[in-house]
Design a protein around this ligand. Structure first.
Ligand SMILES: Cc1cc2nc3c(=O)[nH]c(=O)nc-3n(C[C@H](O)[C@H](O)[C@H](O)COP(=O)(O)OP(=O)(O)OC[C@H]3O[C@@H](n4cnc5c(N)ncnc54)[C@H](O)[C@@H]3O)c2cc1C
Length: 447
């Protein structure tokens, strides 16, 4: 049994763990990152398959991800980063047998057939219906109160499928949409809140980036660059099984090593962190174990039917359409260098909390469903669809369900009872890269 000694041990080398390690190293701290797998980056996996660039996990990050921009500057990656293509702001929803564009102008709003005249009136009158909601509102209750059932079932449920692969009846509005929820609390209306928020941003006069971003050679450029800078401070194939504090020092156990340190940052997913804390903090361990994680399958396909793929980011499919596919990203319409000339790359998401068993089907069965449904929703000819890869994520997207905020408050209070123990990752305040990075940067600031 070998022993390693360090000041700070970070468990997990996903974007959260790597970010935390980077910012701590920048401050001159002694860190080690412990990763159970044979490679770093966690969910971020960019794979080149023939001439296609496949993102097996996340595809893009939001312009407002301040922490990611700081990493990009620190790592001199400004020449590697790429903005989404023109037209990528277009988003589509499949309804009534048609792929329909979400309105982005007043004219499109009045003419769209995506929702009825009654829903349009509900949207227009929202600023004048200044009723405030309840702390326990689900996403479904919150949006139905603001905009009615139709918009909630068509647009919001689709958006929830796209981001959370989740269930609008179970997700907690305050946790999943904190900005919108606060708009309603403060201004009595989401639209009013959004208006004042935008006005404030405009007044700040700082040049703000817009749209979606990635890297020319995929998101893994970011995690690879952080990992390269950390060098031998990352220990791969090192799965942490236990944590105890003995004489003021943490002892982290693997099968054949003990890591002795003053601080531990758990940047592992909630299920893994739960197991690590089982003996030391049973209550925290239970809270972590109870966070549901959605399963999802990602299917990459390419086609030469370029004229049939709309210019835009992608299409979402409301659950009411009885289609199993949750959404399709038009990956090569969104970012350059994803597919060779004359071909398009599609990234299809299927499964989620409302279709949990799908992940247990064979790859062939999943591809069969996807191809059949692409014939329906995009009118593609399956003989012109070529499969690149199927990726199964058995439990990956945290579900911020009812009382998530209170449970996380309890979790933090519990972990604070052990001096030197910290948590970061995408299950605390939000599920995106931006959130994972923000929680990691916040932990690094404590040192
Ligand atoms: C299919 C998919 C699509 C997505 N799309 C987007 C998107 O387009 N934009 C966006 O912003 N977000 C997206 N996300 C979410 C985004 O991927 C996550 O927010 C982010 O990657 C989470 O990073 P993390 O570091 O918190 O966790 P992870 O990436 O899960 O990293 C945790 C690490 O801990 C390691 N680990 C686990 N247990 C142990 C242990 N016992 N000992 C040591 N190490 C351990 C794991 O191997 C892993 O490397 C997507 C997620 C998925 C799955």
């Amino acid at each position: 049994m070998s022993t390693i000694t360090t000041d700070i041990a970070i468990v997990g080398s996903g974007i959260a763990g790597l970010t935390c390690a980077h910012f701590l190293s920048k401050k001159g701290k002694d860190v080690i990152v412990l990763e159970s797998k044979s490679g770093s980056g966690g969910n971020i996996q960019s794979v080149v398959n023939e001439s296609y660039l496949l993102e097996l996990g996340p595809n893009s990050f939001l312009a407002s991800s301040d922490g990611i921009w700081e990493l990009i500057d620190d790592l001199n990656l400004n020449d590697e980063v790429c903005n989404s293509k023109e037209g990528a702001q277009n988003r589509f929803i499949y309804r009534d047998g048609q792929c329909q564009k979400l309105p982005t102008s007043l004219m499109e709003f009045f003419t769209t057939k995506l929702f009825s005249f009654k829903t349009k009136l509900l949207i227009l009158s929202e600023p004048f219906r200044t009723r405030r909601g309840h702390q326990d509102d689900s996403v479904e209750t919150f949006f139905t109160r603001r905009f009615g059932k139709e918009l909630t079932n068509i647009v919001i449920s689709s958006f929830i499928s796209g981001v959370y692969a989740g269930n609008i009846a179970l997700l907690h509005a305050k946790s999943a949409f904190p900005l919108f929820w606060n708009f309603e609390q403060k201004y009595g209306s989401m639209i009013r809140g959004a208006f004042f928020h935008m006005r404030k941003l405009k007044k700040q006069k700082t040049k703000r980036r817009k749209g979606l971003w990635s890297f020319k050679r995929g998101l893994q450029s970011l995690t690879n660059a952080i990992a390269a800078k950390l060098g031998n401070k990352i220990l791969l194939n090192t799965s942490i099984k236990s944590l105890e504090k003995i004489d003021g020092k943490f002892h982290l156990g693997t099968n054949n090593q003990t890591i002795i340190c003053d601080h531990v940052v758990l940047a592992s997913p909630p299920g893994a962190s739960s197991k690590i804390l089982a003996a030391a903090l049973p209550k925290a361990s239970k809270i972590l174990a109870d966070i549901p994680l959605a399963p999802i399958a990602v299917v990459h396909l390419n086609t030469d039917q370029i004229e049939k793929i709309p210019t835009g980011f992608g299409m979402l499919i409301p659950r009411s359409e009885n289609i199993e596919t949750l959404g399709v990203l038009f990956s090569s319409k969104t970012f350059a260098e994803r597919a060779p000339n004359g071909r398009e790359l599609l990234t299809v998401f299927i499964g989620g909390m409302l279709n949990k068993d799908l992940i247990n089907k064979s790859e062939d069965e999943i591809v069969e469903i996807v191809k059949k449904e692409l014939e329906t929703v995009l009118l593609l000819d399956r003989n012109h669809l070529q499969l690149d890869r199927v990726t199964k994520w058995k439990s990956c997207i945290p579900q911020l369900i009812l009382h998530h905020d209170l449970k996380i408050k309890d979790l933090i209070e519990e972990t604070e009872t052990i001096d030197g123990l910290h948590l970061c990752g995408n299950y605390l305040t939000g599920v995106g890269l931006k959130d994972a990075v923000a929680t990691a940067a916040e932990v690094a600031k404590r040192f």
